[in-house]
Design a protein around this ligand. Sequence first.
Ligand SMILES: C[S@@+](CC[C@H](N)C(=O)[O-])C[C@H]1O[C@@H](n2cnc3c(N)ncnc32)[C@H](O)[C@@H]1O
Length: 276
Amino acid sequence: MLGGKLNRTNVRLLRKAIRHPTRAVLRLVLRSRLSRISAEEDRQRLIAYLSDRFGADGPALADEYLRYPFRQWFEERRASLEQFRGPYRHGTTGRFGCEALYLLVRAARPQVVVDTGVLYGGSSSHILAALEQNGAGTLHSIELGRDRREPPHDYFVPADLRQRWTLTIGDSRRELPALLDRLGTIDMFHHDSLHTWDHMTWEFETAYPHLRPDGLLASDDIHGAATLRELLRENAFPAFCRRHGVQYASFFNLGVGSAAGRQSQGHLVDRSLVAG
Ligand SMILES: C[S@@+](CC[C@H](N)C(=O)[O-])C[C@H]1O[C@@H](n2cnc3c(N)ncnc32)[C@H](O)[C@@H]1O
């Protein structure tokens, strides 16, 4: 009976939990927090948000995503990762987060997007797929790097979506300021690299001044904590938004803040905006 449950993935997870018990506890807490949120209700809220906030036809975009051949390709690719012969890391954005990013980019139609934390390209490919459907826009990604035996960073990025993409390998602490200085103003920033409070906060503080007024600040893992001590603290994304008077909404584990009220570059925030 146990044999049926102990497939290759579960054995890997079990070994990991024994090697890193704290991480296993943090994962369990995150799972428990997310289990209290209905992904389907949040999906419907997101679809309504896209219509209200961007004047987009949210239901039509959701339908488009369901029919998009890229989605099917991606799901097959996700399943094939389990058969990968070399080492690979877990951490690819889940179904909800991938769809949400696609819908957000389709509705907001950003021209210049920056994201951190690519891993094998799960969330980046969804941003790229949406830019492709928009017919405009570029994505600039930063990723720390990988073991050479792992899947490549573009494992989840089909060849026909790569022309809108630049990937910088390096630590975002070093690469993000340089990239943002080169780009000047950006329309959207998405964080999915190191989810410690300090690093998330640093990335938001660094990217926010470059967002155009009304640009989007997005973050994965807004219910997670990187250490046991951080479990007792508010996640860095809502904390940043509150501090800067950024209006934000959360959909499952994704946070979306709007720089509405920003007047120009710099931390010029309309503090009368109600956070949350
Ligand atoms: C949660 S995974 C990203 C998942 C990815 N967005 C997806 O949907 O498949 C986090 C990634 O961030 C990268 N990372 C961690 N710290 C980083 C840093 N300081 N700068 C850039 N990338 C970093 C890791 O190497 C890892 O690939």
